[in-house]
Structures are given as structure tokens and as C-alpha cells.
Design a protein around this ligand. Structure first.
Ligand code: ATP
Ligand code: MG
Length: 749
């Protein structure tokens, strides 16, 4: 990953270096009129992230100047989102409404300077007088009121003596300014409404442009970061502060691009409509892009933070592919969660030559996940498999159970179909099968070749669970309205069957259901008696096919696109590669899937393997880093080759470099085409594993962070990651993470 800084951080650093500010203070200023969404998450990451990186502060401020739509339940949701993402606003939540008295005083000061006046034109006239982009505006006749007249009227406005719309307070700037926003902008308007916090104290409310800059100033904000649509408001921001002569620290506004994601809507107004019309179950519906929705669905805060980090901060608006967010969650869960078996659409299989029962021991994690643990898996003569995993008349390339083709039951035995039982209508209701006693997983001497392994559960011990399969809420890439809703965005399966350990042992809340996807125990509806699981994300991007359609695909064409869950069948070649990757080479199913389905990648992979036989290591680099580069380029168009990738992985394998550094080296390889060995030598990136060098660095980090040491000792074990991170950072990523982990844990004991 490149270490380059975004333009906001560059600016903050310049301002600190030049001495313009001693300390940086930012704020996250939502209006509490809806639940925060992923766009807000981005803003939270930027504001709180900058404060954290430069040891400053970030306030959480409710920008509550529009009393009609605001509510404390939104305040709570906003606090919850910030906390869930792991940030801390130090002290109290701030409210613009708390500054109303102070803001009133600033308005009076402007009136006294002759810089603001009470205008009594109608709303319509005000609009008319403003002029157009090509035509100067015209000043209201009321602009000539004396200071005394203005003060008296403004006070009476405050006291509630006038009806809504009778008067407004305006800044006296320039009715012919080329920036239309500067044509005597409104500062206050009359509104006889109840404010959820301020009650009925106020009959006038400040406008955003007046309240925001002053709230920033009152709080000592240095960098006021907002989205691009406020670019033209920056002139007012500066005018208000400068005219009032407010200095040190004087905040400045900086704009960045809003985050947009395809297949969803992001404006709070549109989200509110979905909630109010009952088209979703609430603000926390797992299909919504709200933080509450992601949380309920099972997304992890880490995945959201990684996503925000990966998309970066830009100055131009753009649309991010939701697949990138889905990738981030998959990528996070892949290394964390236990693998278990769940059958969504059960088909009974009776194994006629098996007697009694036994308990198998099955690991929760695949080999390439550095976690330990296993569960007891009951096996008996009556089991259930996925209905899809048996076909009587299979098409070519179907590698699961058929009357002619045996299959492996994952972690157990190979079975062969003996008889297909049907009901009167001809539906298959049961399979009679035989198992092969000498084919037990781990000690298979049967010599039988199978092409895949499928999930199953034992009938007696399996638990019934409800599974909620979520898909994209909109079927259109850039949805315009409710007509674009995806009618199949939620499918509820009431009678899925799951292996008992998941419910009884509860090794985790999130799981990979083998071959199905990632799932999360619903935090609200789940109980041991009635377990409910939400699908977080599938194992692969099943919408990716869409991108292969011709650019100008018509709407009817795009409708044929597959929806998650219905996995496109692999070709015969792809399937046999997949089976080899899973079986012989021990790749996890996701990586195997990515490689097997893409001839360019599998070709690249196999060739790299011939240079250095490290199947899992090379597969990971090819399925991630290399895949990214080969998305839009051919193998002969990139500067690196299979041999270099093999060399890169070899250096990781023999611990010359860490995986983190490997990523950095890869970035360099893309650009320069230089060999990884040369890059590592030239840049001195060799991994440091010597405790004598790492030890003192850890000591320094520990001395510098006494509060965190205390919190860790008090039981906040999550902070281990913080310390390890700091040490890695201090060594430019060169320290051997394994060694650092061990040493830090030892030193903090
Ligand atoms: P919406 O238009 O979705 O209702 P908003 O801009 O009105 O959002 P606010 O509550 O005013 O929402 O926003 C709080 C902060 O979050 C602001 O600083 C705003 O710039 C930022 N923000 C809101 N939406 C996005 C987005 N899509 N991408 C990045 N930042 C955003
Ligand atoms: Mg807003």
C-alpha cells in the first residue's frame, strides 16, 4: 500500500509546520435528521482520523439549526456510529443549538457595524432581486434601514412578534458579486416551531452559512472539512469571520469529494422515504447503507475503516463500486471467522451401509488462517445435503453428487448414490447412498477420485435455523427512485439446518457457511431456541458478470444479470482447476474460486508456481495484488512477470520480508519492473527479527503511551493491536510482526 498522503493531510502538516496552528482541531458536524450512512463514515474517518494522526482533537457536533426535522433518536444513532467505528469525541457532544445565544450576539455585532440588515421583502421578491449568473442583483430598499431600526426589528423578531417569513436578517455584502451566494446572504429567518432541544425559546433560527463558521470558531476548530457542494459557501465562511475580526485560531474550510456508491441511495431524504413507506424494516435494515444497517447485517468496523482508507480522499466526485465495499468485508472476515456447515435447502440422504454414529473432529479454520480451534461434528446414517448438490441428469461440468458420480462429504467420507426416491409428483425426496469406510478425511486410502466436497449435517443433531439472504436493495446501478428497487433483495429461509456446534459452542458471532457465504447471528432476533442468521456477503462477487456485458447494455439485458446466491456454474476446466486448488493445493475456497474462474489468473498462478512451489502464498498474491493489475491489462502489458512474483513470495516465505513490505515492494514492481530482490536490497527493506533491535523500540512506544498501557492492563486486550501497530509504524513496516506480537505481549504482562 502506498504511503502517500492525501491533500488534506498535506495541508494540515503544512499548517502545523508553519506554526499557523499549534494543534489541529477538526469536527464531524452532522445534522441530526436521519441515521448516518457510509458517506458519513467517510467523513468520520477523515475528521477523526486526521485528529488522531496529528494528536489533535475532533469534536462531534450536532448541526441542529433546522428544528423541523431533528430528533434525539438521530443524535443517539450518530453517537453510536462514531463509537462503533472506534473513535472518541472527548468530552461532551457539541450542539449548534447551545450556541444560539452567542450567535445572536454576533448577529447584533454585525448589525452595529452596518454589515447586516433586516429585510422585509417576500421570499419571492428576494429570489427575484438576487439576479442571475449573468445579471447583477438589485439591493432591497430595506437595506437602508438605520442601525437602530435594524436592532429594534431584529430584537422583535427574536421575541416572536412577527409571523414566519415577515422579515429576515441578511448580510450586507455585494448584490453584484459573481458568486451568487455572496449577494446579501440570509443569516436568520423567523420560524415559530419547537426545537427538540432548545424548546420554544427561539422564534428565529440561524442559517447554515452563519452558524457553521461561528460554531467552528467557538470550538477552536482549525480545519473545517466539508464536501464539495459547499465550495461556493467558503466565501461567506470567510466573510463572516473576517468581518467580525475573529482570529486565533481562525478556522478555514477545505472541501473533499462526497462518497457515492452504486446500487444504492445515500441521501437521508431518500433513506427516510424508504423507512417511512415501510419498504425496509427500519433505519437498521441490513439492506440500507446506514451504519446501523451494516452493523445489523454483520459488517465489522474494521471492514468499513479499510474501505474508507482504500477509496482515498479525492477532490472530484466519483462513484465507487459497491463490490469494493463487499470486497473489504470479505477480506476482513476471511482471516477471522470459523468455517461451519449449514444446509439451506435440505435433501435427505440415508447411508445404508453405515451403522451407529460417530463424532468427527473438524478444524474451524483452513490452513491459511492463523487461528486454532476445532469442533465435534456428529455423523450418522441419516444426513442432509443441499438439494442443489445432487442432480439426476447433470449438465456437463457438474462435479457434485449424481447417480454416476461420488462426492466427498466435507470432513467426512466419500458417498456414492445407490437409489433416488421420488414422491408422486416426481420430486426427489431422498437419496439412498453408500459410504466408503476407508475414505475418511485425513486418512483416505480408498483411491476413489471425487471432483468436489460438499457440506452436510447429521439429521438427529442438526439445529433448525432461520437464514435471511440479503441482496442489493436496488437493481439499477444508479437508482432513480422506488421503481428501481430489487424485488428479490430479501429472501427468508425458515428451515435451514446447521451443525450443532454453531449454536451450542458459539465459537463466534460471524461465520463462513461453507460454500454459501458469510453470516452473522442477528443481534436482535437471535435466540438459542430460534436462531436467526443474516447473510453478510457471498463468497465472491456474483454481480461481476454484469461488467462483462457490452458497455451499452439495455435495461432488459441487465435484468438477466445473476443475483447473489445463484452461483454461475463453472466450466469443466474451471471446475477441475478449482477442485485441484482446494484439494491438492489447500487454497481456501474464495481464492481458489477467483483463480479458477479466470484463465488469465490461473495461467499466471501455475507458471509462478513452477518457479517456486508455495501454493498458498503465491495464490494469495495472485488473487489479490496481481488480479488488481490484470483487471484491465494483459499479462504482456504489465511490468512484472511470474518469476518475479515467485521471488517475491519466496522472500516472504523465508522471512526476509514481511507480507506488509511485500505489498510495498509489489507497488514498486508495478511501476519500475525492477526485480523484487533488487528493490528490497536498494531500499533496505529486509525484515527485522532481532529482539535486540525491536525491544528498545517497543520500550519507547510503551513509555510514550502510558494511558493505553493502563487501559490494556485493566483488561482492554484490543489495545495489543495498537501497540503492535505503533511498533511496526516506527520501523517503517520492517519489523517481523510475529516477533513484535510476542515481544509486546511479553513486555505488557
Ligand atoms: P445527506 O445529503 O445524505 O442528507 P448531508 O450532507 O445533509 O447528507 P450532514 O448530516 O449535513 O449530511 O453531514 C454531516 C457531514 O458528513 C458533513 O460534513 C458532510 O459533508 C458529510 N457527508 C455527508 N454525506 C457524505 C458523503 N456521501 N460522502 C462524504 N461525506 C459526507
Ligand atoms: Mg445536510
Amino acid at each position: 500500500m502506498s504511503e502517500s498522503k492525501d491533500f488534506l493531510r498535506v495541508r494540515v502538516e503544512e499548517d502545523l509546520e508553519s506554526g499557523k496552528y499549534q494543534e489541529v482541531t477538526t469536527r464531524f458536524p452532522p445534522e441530526p435528521n436521519g441515521f448516518p450512512h457510509i458517506g458519513h463514515a467517510k467523513s468520520i474517518c477523515i475528521n477523526f482520523g486526521i485528529a488522531r494522526d496529528y494528536k489533535g482533537h475532533c469534536n462531534l457536533r450536532m448541526d441542529d439549526t433546522d428544528p423541523t426535522k431533528e430528533d434525539t433518536k438521530y443524535v443517539e444513532a450518530l453517537k453510536d456510529a462514531v463509537e462503533w467505528l472506534g473513535f472518541d469525541w472527548e468530552g461532551n457532544v457539541r450542539f449548534t443549538s447551545d450556541y444560539f445565544p452567542k450567535l445572536y450576539e454576533y448577529a447584533v455585532a454585525l448589525i452595529k457595524m452596518g454589515k447586516a440588515y433586516v429585510d422585509s421583502l417576500t421570499e419571492e421578491e428576494i429570489r427575484e432581486y438576487r439576479g442571475t449568473v449573468t445579471e447583477a442583483g438589485k439591493r432591497s430598499k430595506y437595506a437602508d434601514r438605520t442601525v437602530e431600526e435594524n436592532l429594534a426589528l431584529f430584537e422583535r423578531m427574536k421575541k416572536g412578534e412577527f409571523k414566519d417569513g415577515a422579515h429576515v436578517l441578511r448580510a450586507k455584502i455585494d448584490m453584484s458579486a459573481s458568486n451568487m451566494k455572496m449577494r446579501d446572504p440570509l443569516l436568520y429567518r423567523i420560524r415559530h416551531v419547537h426545537h427538540y432541544r432548545a424548546g420554544d425559546t427561539w422564534a428565529i433560527y440561524p442559517m447554515y452559512d452563519f452558524a457553521h463558521c461561528l460554531s467552528d470558531y467557538i470550538e477552536g476548530v482549525t480545519h473545517s472539512i466539508c464536501t464539495l457542494e459547499f465550495e461556493n459557501n467558503r466565501d461567506i465562511y470567510d466573510w463572516v469571520l473576517d468581518t467580525l475580526g475573529l482570529t486565533t485560531p481562525r478556522p478555514y474550510q477545505h472541501e473533499f469529494a462526497r462518497l457515492g456508491i452504486n446500487y444504492t441511495v445515500m441521501s437521508k431524504r431518500k433513506l427516510l422515504e424508504l423507512v417511512e413507506k415501510g419498504l425496509v424494516s427500519g433505519w437498521d435494515d441490513p439492506r440500507l447503507p446506514t451504519i446501523a444497517g451494516y452493523k445489523r447485517r454483520g459488517y465489522t468496523p474494521e471492514s468499513i475503516l479499510n474501505f474508507c482508507d482504500q477509496i482515498g480522499i479525492a477532490k472530484a466526485n466519483s462513484m465507487v463500486d459497491v463490490a469494493q465495499l463487499e470486497f473489504a468485508i470479505r477480506d476482513d472476515l476471511n482471516t477471522k471467522v470459523p468455517r461451519v456447515m449449514c444446509v439451506l435447502d435440505p435433501l435427505k440422504v440415508t447411508i445404508e451401509n453405515y451403522e451407529g454414529s460417530e463424532v468427527l473432529d473438524a478444524p474451524y479454520y483452513p490452513d491459511d488462517v492463523p487461528k486454532e480451534g476445532s469442533r465435534k461434528l456428529p455423523f450418522s446414517s441419516t444426513i442432509y445435503i443441499e438439494r442443489d448438490d445432487f442432480m439426476e441428469n447433470p449438465p456437463k461440468g457438474y462435479f457434485r453428487l449424481t447417480p454416476e458420480q461420488s462426492v466427498r462429504l466435507k470432513h467426512a467420507y466419500i458417498i456414492t448414490c445407490k437409489e433416488v426416491i421420488k414422491d408422486k409428483e416426481g420430486n426427489i425426496i431422498e437419496i439412498k447412498a453408500e459410504y466408503h469406510p476407508d475414505s475418511k478425511s485425513g486418512s483416505d486410502t480408498s483411491g476413489i477420485k471425487v471432483k468436489s466436497a460438499i457440506q452436510w449435517v447429521s439429521a438427529n443433531e442438526a439445529k433448525k435455523v432461520e437464514v435471511r439472504l440479503y441482496d442489493r436493495l436496488f437493481k439499477d446501478e444508479s437508482p432513480e427512485g422506488l421503481e428501481d428497487l430489487n424485488p428479490d433483495s430479501l429472501k427468508i429461509i425458515k428451515d435451514a439446518l446447521i451443525e450443532p456446534a454453531v449454536i451450542v459452542e458459539k465459537p463466534d458471532e460471524r461465520f463462513q457457511f461453507e460454500r454459501q457465504g458469510y453470516f452473522y447471528a442477528d443481534p436482535i432476533d437471535y435466540s438459542d431456541e430460534k436462531p436467526v442468521f443474516n447473510k453478510i456477503v457471498g463468497l465472491k462477487d456474483s454481480w461481476a458478470k454484469k461488467k462483462q456485458l457490452p458497455r451499452r447494455a439495455s435495461k432488459s439485458e441487465t435484468k438477466k444479470v445473476q443475483i447473489d446466491g445463484e452461483v454461475a456454474p463453472m466450466s469443466e476446466v474451471e471446475q477441475s482447476l478449482f477442485d485441484k486448488y482446494i484439494g491438492e493445493l489447500n487454497l481456501n475456497s474464495e481464492v481458489a474460486n477467483t483463480l479458477a474462474r479466470d484463465a488469465k489468473l490461473s495461467g499466471f498462478y501455475e507458471e509462478a508456481l513452477s518457479h517456486h512451489h508455495s501454493p498458498v502464498g503465491i495464490a494469495n498474491v495472485v488473487a489479490n495484488e496481481v488480479a488488481r493489475e490484470l483487471k484491465e491489462k494483459e499479462v504482456n502489458e504489465v511490468k512484472f512477470n511470474t518469476k518475479q512474483i515467485a521471488e517475491l513470495v519466496k522472500m516472504v516465505d523465508d522471512e526476509t520480508i514481511s507480507t506488509k513490505i511485500a505489498k510495498q515492494v509489489f507497488e514498486e514492481m508495478i511501476n519500475s519492473g525492477e526485480s523484487p530482490i533488487k528493490i528490497v536490497e536498494a531500499k533496505g527493506l529486509i525484515q527485522i527479527s532481532d529482539p535486540a533491535i525491536i525491544g528498545p523500540i517497543i520500550d519507547e512506544v510503551i513509555t510514550k503511551n502510558p494511558e493505553n498501557v493502563e487501559k490494556f492492563k485493566a483488561g482492554n486486550s484490543k489495545l495489543l493491536g495498537f501497540f503492535v501497530g505503533q511498533v511496526l509504524k516506527a520501523t517503517g513496516g520492517k519489523a517481523n510482526p510475529k516477533v513484535v506480537n510476542e515481544l509486546v505481549a511479553k513486555k505488557l504482562k
